[in-house]
Design a binder for this molecule. Structure first.
Ligand SMILES: [Zn+2]
Ligand SMILES: [Zn+2]
Length: 82
């Protein structure tokens, strides 16, 4: 079963497994938002052979990022949100 991009970032063009992972890579306050490197915000690569049809022509070989399995706390994110 191929994984599909569920939450596409138009800012950096990365692909995410869901809104939680997408939100985790968006940093900064309203009006000054930017994309962080997924590795810097504790995201992990779910697939490197995913598909994406959310943005432009369908892509294959999409790298899809997800939150770490079993880790829903995302300590890095919590620290930055406080
Ligand atoms: Zn982005
Ligand atoms: Zn995508």
């Amino acid at each position: 079963m191929r994984s599909k991009c569920a939450s596409h970032c138009g800012g950096c063009g990365r692909h995410f497994a869901g809104d939680t992972a997408f939100d985790a890579h968006r940093r900064g306050k309203n009006g000054n938002r930017y994309c962080a490197d997924p590795q810097d915000v504790n995201l992990v690569l779910k697939r490197t052979d995913g598909t994406c049809d959310l943005f432009g022509p369908p892509q294959v070989g999409a790298h899809i990022w997800q939150t770490p399995p079993g880790d829903r706390t995302l300590p890095g994110r919590a620290a930055l949100a406080s």
